[in-house]
Design a protein. Structure first.
Length: 132
């Protein structure tokens, strides 16, 4: 994707990270998804005292978009609150794959420096509707 769109999407993810609720891990994550119609939805991680109930930033963002009628996704930016560039966890890779196996993923660190990769590289031979 072009540099300007990528930088804008990462900036939205960084802003969303401010709302992360991560009292247990102390690791804040923000995500922003770019939809096929140009709209952008953001999300953050929301943890819970019952740890498995927590949800990642990427799934928050995608769920907000889908519940608003969006199902086409071009890209997802994710940024964690550390110097390491944050890649989507395995569950989020599968969640994203459901809607856009070919989407672009921007994996960012706390400063917003990022690597661009495709979801199919992160989840090769992923399982989806066309696998059945
Ligand atoms: N986390 C995300 O929000 N997205 C990822 O893809 C990686 C992990 C969150 C989950 C948990 O709240 C915290 O980071 C530590 O694992």
């Amino acid at each position: 994707m072009d540099k300007k769109s990528a930088a804008g999407l990462m900036a939205a993810a960084i802003k969303a990270r401010e709302n992360a609720y991560a009292p247990y891990s102390g690791f804040s994550v923000g995500a922003a998804v770019l939809c096929g119609d140009g709209s952008v939805y953001t999300g953050c991680n929301v943890e819970n005292a019952s740890y498995p109930c927590g949800i990642c930033a990427e799934r928050t963002a995608v769920s907000k978009a889908v519940s608003d009628g969006r199902r086409s996704f071009v890209a997802c930016a994710v940024t964690g609150s550390s110097a390491e560039k944050c890649t989507p966890c395995g569950v989020c890779r599968q969640f994203l794959y459901e809607f856009a196996p070919e989407m672009t993923v921007l994996c960012g660190n706390k400063e917003g420096e990022y690597d661009e990769i495709t979801l199919s590289e992160l989840l090769p031979r992923g399982f989806g509707a066309s696998s059945m």
